[in-house]
Design a protein around this ligand. Sequence first.
Ligand code: GLN
Length: 485
Amino acid sequence: MIEKSLKELSQALAAKKISSVELTQLYLDRISRFNPQLNAFITVNGDKSLAAARAADQRIARGEAGPLTGIPVAQKDIFCAEGWLTTCGSKMLSNFVSPYDATVIERMERGAGLVSLGKTNMDEFAMGSSNETSFYGPVRNPWDPERVPGGSSGGSAAAVAARLAPVASGTDTGGSIRQPASLCNLTGLKPTYGVVSRYGMIAFASSLDQAGPMARSAEDCALLLNTMAGFDERDSTSLDRPSEDYTRDLERPLEGLRIGLPKEFFGDGCDPEVMAAVRAAIAEYEKLGARTVEVSLPNSHLSVAAYYVIAPAEASSNLSRFDGVRYGYRAPEYTDLADMYSKTRAQGFGAEVKRRILIGAYVLSHGYYDAYYLQAQRIRRLIADDFAAAFKECDVILGPTSPGTAFKLGEKAADPVQMYLSDIYTIAVNLAGLPGMSLPCGFAGSLPVGLQLIGNYFAEARLLNVAHRYQQATDWHRRAPAGLE
Ligand code: GLN
């Protein structure tokens, strides 16, 4: 059961081979067995999940089921979910039970009838690439418990990789769906900015944040994205476009596909074993009928620097709401209001979040705004222009997702710049607002390697097609970590 695709699970549910309650119980049992060692979930509430599963079974019995009704899903703890503890990986929200649902949660649960299994661990306020900044402790990579699962959606990645959930939600501001997917042998998609509503998704950097699916295959990502995407008037940056079926192009042949290889993604700085796996994937694509063209993203080397101005600037503004007044943590002792604010924030935020707030306040401050923030915005435009030029020559862009495989816990924790460089290939995509995917393309030793595909605006269905055809020709994405049977 745990190796079945969403389509197969849906068929099993429709044929009454299994009920949603049984399927949910099976995953809850796996979570009780394996979560203590992995720490993938912050919150599990079996009663709530089973109640949702019973409702899904009734819906199936009444013949009102959609394609994913009754299927369990793990939710990143960045999404507000009514009645669920919603921590965003922070002490600041360690007592926050959300009174409402994020649009993503509402669409999945009430709309599609998916069953939420719990809330997954994550870097604090989604700031990180290793899940080590979580107030709830690090997540362990199911492929090697000494190593990180990536971040910030590390709990979602570990949960799906360890078969504690068939599919999960994630969010990606600079790589947080794609990089953990890469490090845990999953398929993950960050949609075009504005395709998935941000309503009820705790804001990190609002001009970059975007939610998307994390799964074992492109087909499963497409099915989950169908439930997540769509216009939402409660998010001012949500795009009012006709709804799409993201599975519609999955089977399209790849003959004539032009794959752009940015020369900046194939230079120094990438682990040679990762590069070898990426090169083998290119050869596989050529067998499938695609041809490659060299393209250039000449400003991409500036993306990490620009991101670490823009994202902290937005974060320092977004996180000002956590002041101990209306919700969340409040310092137990203080002398006056200013002291309450200051102690609450000093005690409630972890070191990385504080670092970002300080950088953000600095780059936005009078006298520095032009030199840093405005300059970073100009670079952002140049990066978007680079992609626009590249997409004149090709249909999709291909490269590594991450410059290395899963690193050891603690290995980069003391050096923020080393950590920031883990997202060197993913960040430009967020700055430009483009859709990007990561999919398994091989192993370096025993550790998974991820391949990144980048599409033009709204090319999600094409990306999923390009990933799906590769997954029909290869079986990297079917490999599961050992020891979790
Ligand atoms: N690792 C990047 C950061 O720390 C990206 C995180 C994300 O996409 N949420 O900001």
